[in-house]
Structure formats: C-alpha cells, structure tokens
Write a new protein. Sequence first.
Length: 154
Amino acid sequence: MANTYTQIYIQTVFAVKHRYGLIRAEWKEDLYRYMTGIVQQQGHKLIIINGMPDHVHAFIGLNPKQSISEMMQYLKMDSSKWINEKKLVRGHFEWQSGYGAFSYGHSQIDEVVKYIQNQEEHHRKRTFLEEYNLFLKKFDVPHDERYVFRPVED
C-alpha cells in the first residue's frame, strides 16, 4: 500500500499512585502543557487533557506507529520526572501502574471533549472509581476487580 491513513481516537485515564490528590491547581496547567508536549513528541495529537487532583484524562489522536502502552509509558515516566525535578510535591511523585484506554469514532469527538472539560462537574456526582467502573462497563472491558484502581488508602 502506497499510503496509510488512520483515524484513531483514544481516551486514556490514569491515576496518581495510591490515588492521592497530589495534582494541585497552582501547577496543573503547566503539567498538562508539559504532557501535551510529551504526546506530541511521540508523534500523536493531544486533543484535550484535564483531570482531578488524583487522576487525568487525556484524549489523543493516536499515530499507529507507536503502541498505546509505549506512549503511556513515556507520558507517565516523563511527567513523573518533571513533577519530581520541579519538586512540586513533598516526597516522590508516581503514577499508579496501569491505565484505561477507550476508543471513539470521529463523530464522538465533541462529546468526549465536553466530558473531559467538565471533570469537576462530573465528580460532584460520582467518585473516580464509580466513573472508571462505568467506563469498563460501557466499553465491555473484561477485567479483574482485584486489579482495578484501588480506593484511596487511609
């Protein structure tokens, strides 16, 4: 085939280790800009990124030259390093292992963008774990409850 044409839209969802609310309003926009650069550097298009203090949603136009897992490895590793080098949290910042990745069609872009833009509003009604479990159910993702993001540890 002379040319390859793709249109792959993926929403990723990932959490701070132990789901601690470490992402602060004072620096979250800088973090999101940095993460946008990581995604773009890997050859993808970041459509929107937003989240809450304990998790992030990133909606990405995926370049099939790289797997989702490899892109997520770079995104989480490089952003953790950035947070730690800037000393934005006390102690050591880490993302929780794993992530969710959910695919969408072109006609759903606006709906997903609005959903991600309005994270604060959504989380007035449901917790992160409730939201994440709804994604798993909606997308019929087989999963083992033992390995779904853990509740915040006391």
